[in-house]
Design a protein around this ligand. Structure first.
Ligand code: SF4
Ligand code: SF4
Length: 169
C-alpha cells in the first residue's frame, strides 16, 4: 500500500467528525452505482464523493497546518507510487511524467511542491490526508487506514477496474 488516508491519532471531537465522514464516504462509494448505468457518471460520482470527503476532513488534518498558498511545505506524502485502479492506470499512462530517481511520484511538481495532475489524480490521492498530529503519518498509514482502503477497494473495483497497486508507469 503506497498511499491512503491516515486516521491515526484522531481524538475527541475530531475523532468523531472524521469517523462520521469516513462512514459517509463508505456509503457513497457503496452506493455509487446508483449514479446511473453510465460508467462515466459513476466514475464522476466516485471522485466527487472523494473530494467532498477531502473538503470535510481537511480542517481536522495535520495537512491544514502544513499547506499554504504554495502547497504543502514538504509534499512527503507524494514520495510514493500512487495507488491506482485499472481505469486510473490507463489515464495516467497517457500523461507526461518525470523520469528519474527523485523518490517522488512521477507527477509531483518538484518546484511547486504540489500535484502536477491535480484534476485527474487517482481516488486514493483524493482521500489521503494526515489526520494524526505527527508528520510521521504523512507517509506511514496505520492499521485503521489500511482497513479503510481495504473496505473500499472491492466497491471501487466494480467501477474503476482491478486494483493495480502503486503506479509504476
Ligand atoms: S499528508 Fe503530510 S505531506 Fe501530505 S499534504 Fe498532508 S501534511 Fe503535507
Ligand atoms: S498523483 Fe498527485 S497527489 Fe497523487 S501521489 Fe502523485 S503527485 Fe501526489
Amino acid at each position: 500500500m503506497s498511499r491512503i488516508i491516515s486516521i491515526a491519532g484522531a481524538a475527541g471531537d475530531r475523532d468523531e467528525a472524521v469517523a462520521r465522514e469516513v462512514e459517509k464516504l463508505k456509503r457513497r462509494v457503496i452506493w455509487s452505482e446508483r449514479a446511473g448505468g453510465d460508467s462515466w457518471r459513476q466514475i464522476s460520482f466516485l471522485y466527487r464523493a472523494a473530494d467532498r470527503f477531502g473538503s470535510r476532513v481537511f480542517g481536522h488534518s495535520f495537512c491544514r497546518g502544513e499547506i499554504g498558498d504554495k502547497g504543502c511545505s514538504t509534499g512527503s506524502c507524494c514520495r510514493c507510487r500512487p495507488d491506482v485502479f485499472a481505469y486510473e492506470q490507463k489515464v495516467l499512462d497517457l500523461l507526461p511524467k518525470r523520469q528519474g530517481a527523485s523518490g517522488y511520484c512521477p507527477f509531483f511538481n518538484l518546484v511547486r511542491k504540489n500535484c502536477g495532475i491535480y484534476g485527474v489524480r487517482p481516488f486514493g490521492c483524493r482521500i489521503y490526508f494526515n489526520l494524526a498530529s505527527s508528520a510521521y503519518y504523512c507517509c506511514n498509514p496505520n492499521d485503521t487506514t489500511l482497513q479503510l482502503f481495504d473496505n473500499l477497494k472491492p466497491h471501487l473495483e466494480r467501477i474503476l477496474g482491478a486494483y493495480q497497486g502503486g503506479y509504476g508507469g
